[in-house]
Design a protein around this ligand. Sequence first.
Ligand code: KIV
Length: 310
Amino acid sequence: MPWTSKEYEMASTAGRGRPVTAPDIRARKGGEPLVMVTAHDAPSARIADAAGVDMILVGDSLAMVALGYDDTLQVTTEDMAHHIAAVARTKPHALVVGDLPWMSYHVSREETVRNAAALVRAGAGSVKLEGGRKRLDAIAAILDTEIPVMGHLGLTPQSIHAIGGFRVQGKQLDAARRIVDDAVALAEAGCFAIVLECVPDGVARMVTDAIEVPTIGIGAGRHCDGQVLVSADLLGFEDRIAPRFVRRYAELGREATEAVARFCADVRAGTFPSSEETYHMTDQMPEALQLYAGDGIEVTRTPAEAPANP
Ligand code: KIV
């Protein structure tokens, strides 16, 4: 059922106490399922936070859903920091998780730490990186600087060329075992949560049972401690790819196209703007001038223009 404007206003303004932290998320293992969605700008962050998510992931899926690339390999630490800052400026209650992009944690401990710090300085409360045991060094270096780390196993889009495409991982016994062993190693190394992407639900269940930190699934079935979706998918902005694990809760892409098409039609028919949508010389002049009253522009009103009860 759609929210009333009262419900929307309450969700947006509710005092929900201090912002969620990585230890809060860690402590929710086995409790009420955790919810994470992606956001990459201030409006999408406000929507996610007002809806009550626990974590906002500024994911490197940014590359594909917002920047027009075909894979996630194209975004840089600077790109990620730019979008994390936009999300963080909304001061969300949810924990902001900043994705470390490809090549930001592969070269050296120094670069890894510098890049993780750049995301935290931009406003992230934690960082996420992809990969199993071969990332333990990078994880240790980041944790050593007191930055919480979320792991990411299964389908790891930054390894797209190595794994040969976007496909379900862990279908064979040895591959499933590797994922479980990687998860145990990441949890023991100190990751506060682990994303499991595109693995059979039986594998997700084994991992969830094997580790003491929450698993957050995407295409990993129900047996995880939480779920994450890319918001462009769940809101129906993205219909070029339709993975089976996406449930679309809205069709905003179609609605937005229809809305812009109606605007085109109104402009071309000469019915936009109407008189009510227009400033007229006499009574609305002060309001029109006020719109442009930036630094150094004084808007003076004649006594007749001044409001009766300013
Ligand atoms: O970048 C991203 O959006 C992600 C999610 C798919 C988990 O990593």
